[in-house]
Design a protein around this ligand. Structure first.
Ligand SMILES: [Zn+2]
Length: 300
């Protein structure tokens, strides 16, 4: 297969939605808000990042879809409104049937809206998604038809798509979607490119998250597509995120050992080397809270 670097069809409908951040992931009931659902002009783009592999961007959320002559594999419908647009964009490119819809993880701002894709599509996810279906924010999440525990390979046309569970990382249901023939992977929320983890990492397991990032860092790929942000990254960004989390963990642990309270740590700790990362100002204090929570639990 020929590998084509970053380029291609870019459709932008940017009408003043800059700064439209997604609702918090630790409160999935709130996302997307009715106001966001009703927003008249979402920012939408579709970009072919490798042969037949496209990235769909809807406001700040990203999904990947793979087009072959025989069928399409899509990921993360995001919401009913996003999925309607997503389907339209897929249909601009191909009439081939959509065979699979894969959830990157259970969070409602990524997994909602699957009903739009119709009854013929097979919804695939990690098995832990099922246990979250009755939680708030999951009302529009269609139940998976097929689940897996550790690994699963889906074949779409002549393309193999390997799914692997990443353990309990950002949540207990995250997977890595790997397309070996295109030398790329898609990882949502556990992996970010120059961006802080979301708020206080409420559904996360810090050590599991670090282990997952180690696994991601070892993939033999040229591109890793995250679920947020404009950049497509590489394994180097997994290593950077490991370094950030380990630096933060060590700094919080040291201050806890000195008897500082969470509030004292939040008031005094800064990591200026990460000040240029996306949402540092907004989320750094909350990241401290998340690490503090995990270390307190581990100490018990
Ligand atoms: Zn998430």
């Amino acid at each position: 297969m020929t590998y084509r670097p970053l380029v291609a069809t870019l459709t932008l409908f940017a009408l003043g939605l800059a700064g439209c951040a997604p609702a918090p992931e630790d409160a999935p009931a709130a996302e997307p808000t009715p106001a966001e659902e009703a927003a008249p002009a979402p920012t939408v783009s579709v970009e072919e990042i490798a042969d037949g592999v496209h990235r769909f961007a809807y406001n700040n959320h990203r999904s990947l879809f793979i087009v072959t002559d025989d069928g399409v594999l899509a990921t993360d419908p995001q919401s009913t409104a996003a999925a309607e647009r997503y389907l339209e964009e897929i249909r601009r490119i191909t009439d081939a049937p959509i065979q699979y819809l894969v959830y990157s993880h259970h969070h409602g701002d990524h997994a909602s809206g699957g009903a739009v894709f119709g009854d013929d599509v097979t919804v695939v996810s990690h098995e832990n998604v099922v246990g979250h279906l009755d939680e708030p924010g999951m009302e529009d999440v269609r139940a998976p038809d097929e689940t897996f525990a550790d690994e699963m390979t889906l074949t779409i046309g002549d393309v193999d798509v390997e799914l692997a569970h990443l353990g309990h990382s950002e949540t207990d249901s995250n997977l890595i979607l790997h397309v070996p023939s295109r030398r790329l992977a898609f990882v949502v929320d556990t992996y970010l490119v120059g961006e802080l983890p979301w708020r206080n990492m409420a559904s996360g397991d810090l050590d599991g998250w670090l282990a997952a990032l180690q696994t991601i860092a070892e993939y033999d790929v040229d591109q890793i597509v995250p679920g947020h942000g404009d950049e497509v990254g590489t394994t180097e960004h997994a290593r950077e995120l490991i370094e950030y989390l380990e630096t933060l963990k060590a700094a919080v642990a040291e201050r806890m050992a000195d008897g500082q309270s969470l509030e004292e740590i939040q008031a005094s700790l800064t990591l200026p080397e990460y000040a240029g990362w996306v949402r540092y100002d907004e989320h750094f204090g909350l990241n401290i809270e998340g690490v503090h929570r995990e270390l307190s639990e581990q100490a018990q």
